[in-house]
Design a protein around this ligand. Structure first.
Ligand code: IPD
Length: 281
């Protein structure tokens, strides 16, 4: 688990902005929400509502987990801003914003597959300074503090060494809209003969943690939201990955790419050759 044994980079401003304190609250919120999602998951869990497409689902537990996190965090820090997948944006009066995906991997959760996580990222003046990705059914709690490192439970994380693309195991994901999925499938199909293999596990936050843990050589995806990436991107970065979009842009809805240096550039180049940077999907 992340320990206060390393210097912080680039963040100051007193105890209210201390990234380690923010991490403590993020960890408490993520683990409580994760426990709620495990213990209160109804056996007959169904879809409560849909969003961008009929397959983009919300369960009652996404909403309950986000409410728990919101109440815990804003109960202690009422001046902070909050961005949650299910609740939209709430502005604040401090420099801090909490970026939450209460259940990343909702479809896995719906089907009772264990690969889902609660993601809590904390920004100060727009820079992510701490992040937690809690995957209770996997027994894994990922944490990171900006400038200090990333951990899975008690183990410090490090990305894999640079790999040539032909030997790289690449994680990806697909959006919810049918047209986007058709294009994403075509790009993944064209990438497949150029890499070792492709994995689609169903949680962008955990895909980023997998890069951090050296369980895959890289990850890319079009269409993720800030709440999917915020905590996981810090965890991957702190483990030594480059996280970004195309041509030096930050990771965004257009593209989130994460890989160790060297592998990142090779994957970036291959994806551009395959037209993954097109704007019309
Ligand atoms: C989704 C998951 C999935 C990714 C999608 C995300 P959600 O988040 O992270 O792996 O492929 O792009 O929207 O809907 O389960 O919170």
């Amino acid at each position: 688990m992340a320990q206060r044994d390393a210097p912080m980079a680039g963040v100051s401003g007193g105890t209210a902005l201390d990234p380690w304190r923010l991490l403590d609250l993020a960890r408490a919120a993520a683990t409580q929400a994760a426990r709620l999602a495990v213990e209160r998951r109804p056996a007959d869990l169904g879809v409560a509502e849909t969003k961008s497409s009929p397959t983009d689902v919300v369960t009652e537990m996404d909403t309950a987990a986000e409410s728990l996190i919101r109440e815990l965090i804003l109960g202690q820090r009422p001046d902070d801003a909050f961005l949650g997948e299910e609740g939209g944006a709430e502005s604040g009066r401090s420099a801090v914003r909490w970026v939450i995906d209460p259940i990343d991997g909702t479809v896995n959760y719906l089907y009772d597959l264990p690969h889902w996580a609660v993601s809590v990222g904390v920004e100060v003046d727009g820079i992510t300074v701490a992040g937690v990705v809690a995957a209770p059914r996997l027994g894994e709690l990922y944490t990171a503090v900006r400038g200090a490192g990333a951990w899975c439970n008690d183990e410090k994380l490090r990305v894999r060494p640079t790999t040539e693309l032909g030997s790289a195991l690449i994680a990806t994901g697909f959006g919810y809209r049918a047209e986007r999925r058709r294009r994403q499938g075509a790009i993944a199909g064209a990438l497949l003969p150029r890499v070792r293999d492709i994995r689609r596990a169903g949680s962008a936050a955990l895909d980023l943690c997998a890069v951090a843990a050296g369980r895959v050589d890289g990850y890319y995806e079009r269409g993720t939201h800030h709440w999917d990436r915020c905590a996981g991107a810090l965890i991957a970065t702190e483990a030594g990955a480059i996280v970004g979009g195309f041509e030096g842009a930050p990771a965004s809805e257009q593209m989130a790419l994460a890989a160790p240096p060297g592998t990142f550039e090779a994957l970036h180049e291959a994806l551009r050759e395959l037209g993954a940077d097109a704007v019309d999907y």
